[in-house]
Ligand binder design. Sequence first.
Ligand code: FES
Length: 106
Amino acid sequence: MGQYKHHVFVCTSGGTCPGQGSDLVFAALKKGAAAAGIQNSVRVNHSGCMGQCGNGPMVAVYPEAVWYSHVDVAGAEQILHEHLIAGQVVEQYRYVAPPGDNKLPK
Ligand code: FES
């Protein structure tokens, strides 16, 4: 286990996720973690493209390697409370795809 209990990556600099609201998702997770007092055990980082463009905003949570897609602010709050605090994967937003790039056609 690393420095943090959870490491959360939000795609905020790729070609599509920023236009789908990923900055709002990042802010909700970052501020939510601080408000919940878990900022020392949960690290929320910006990420570049995860190769899943068009399925975003994309969020990845490690060490579980659970990926979420189409995450909105409500979803970010759900991931914060259910996954990062309570330890339950949020199936509603869970993303499962074949390995590698899974970009939607433009
Ligand atoms: S822009 Fe987010 S996965 Fe590519």
